[in-house]
Design a protein around this ligand. Structure first.
Ligand SMILES: CC(C)(COP(=O)(O)OP(=O)(O)OC[C@H]1O[C@@H](n2cnc3c(N)ncnc32)[C@H](O)[C@@H]1OP(=O)(O)O)[C@@H](O)C(=O)NCCC(=O)NCCS
Length: 167
């Protein structure tokens, strides 16, 4: 039974294996995972965990974010990121929540279940509603958002913007 967990070292080799497959995550934090050595994995996992701390080191303009993994045992299935605040760019396009499901595990309800499990986490961060966006042609993400109660707000360029109540 998959569950939403704080990133942990025991799952990291499975995530790296997935990163070496097709249609891997383009998020900058995950993009280089395929090339990390065993010795580099602990630091990478730690950086994901500490990203939620207000004073952690991060690129200029980036907001603190809670990173969580959707895992089954030690098998990495996907990930979600909840950004604690909306910057201008996040408000325009990125939203509070971003997610990715490993290509081999798609179309089995994981994104829908993962976003559902994420909403209480966002509520605990004090977010009553989260902005979740997707490209207009991303049918899977759109359905994931709508299945979680997303209320269509508007379209900006190619991005559809939804507000999703967290409780
Ligand atoms: C979008 C994504 C997260 C969906 O993950 P998933 O685990 O396959 O999603 P689910 O299985 O929960 O599917 C949700 C719904 O979308 C539908 N769906 C999923 N992929 C689809 C696709 N490629 N085309 C059409 N419908 C699709 C499912 O059938 C399901 O519909 P239902 O609720 O009517 O049954 C995954 O494809 C992905 O990681 N893509 C790359 C990264 C990305 O786009 N992230 C989101 C950025 S906004």
């Amino acid at each position: 039974m998959p569950e939403l967990l704080v990133p942990r070292l025991s799952v990291a080799p499975s995530a790296r294996e997935a990163a070496r497959g097709t249609d891997w995550d383009e998020h900058p934090t995950y993009a280089g995972l395929a090339g990390l050595t065993d010795a580099e994995l602990p630091g990478w996992v730690e950086s994901l965990v500490t990203d939620s701390r207000p004073h952690a080191s991060r690129p200029p303009g980036a907001t603190p974010a809670t990173n969580l993994w959707w895992v089954d045992g030690d098998t990495y299935l996907g990930r979600v990121q909840v950004r604690h605040h909306l910057t201008h760019d996040l408000r325009e396009a990125g939203g509070h929540v971003g997610y990715h499901v490993v290509a081999a595990h798609r179309r089995r309800g994981h994104a829908t279940a993962m976003l559902a499990a994420t909403l209480p986490v966002a509520a605990q961060l004090g977010l009553d509603c989260v902005l979740v966006t997707c490209d207009a042609d991303n049918a899977g993400s759109r359905r994931t958002i709508e299945a979680n109660g997303g209320l269509f707000h508007d379209q900006r360029g190619v991005k559809l913007r939804y507000w999703v109540p967290t409780a």
